[in-house]
Design a protein around this ligand. Structure first.
Ligand SMILES: [Zn+2]
Length: 88
């Protein structure tokens, strides 16, 4: 019987086959949700879906696109905002 903390679905269950042939259930942390655009809510590309401990070891250039508002706004929203700024 698993420990109490593993009985809920807080952790995801992964069945792993061991070298001896037996199967064990591993309880792993769930991944965070995909990053979304702050304006329209569409999923952002180029932003990894990794745990904070993994994100801290990743290079900054791996974590968001290298442009203004990269990792915050999607390309379409950024284009709209730049156009609006230019027309003012
Ligand atoms: Zn957007």
């Amino acid at each position: 019987m698993p420990r109490g903390m593993y009985k809920s679905r807080t952790f995801r269950r992964v069945k792993t086959r061991l070298p001896g042939g037996s199967t064990v259930t591993r309880f792993l942390q769930r991944k965070p949700k995909q990053a979304h655009c702050a304006r329209c809510g569409v999923e952002l590309h180029g932003v990894p879906r990794a745990l904070p401990s993994k994100m801290s070891t990743m290079a900054k250039t791996y974590k968001r696109p290298e442009r203004a508002f990269g990792g915050v706004l999607c390309g379409r929203c950024l284009r709209d905002i730049i156009k609006l700024e230019a027309r003012e």
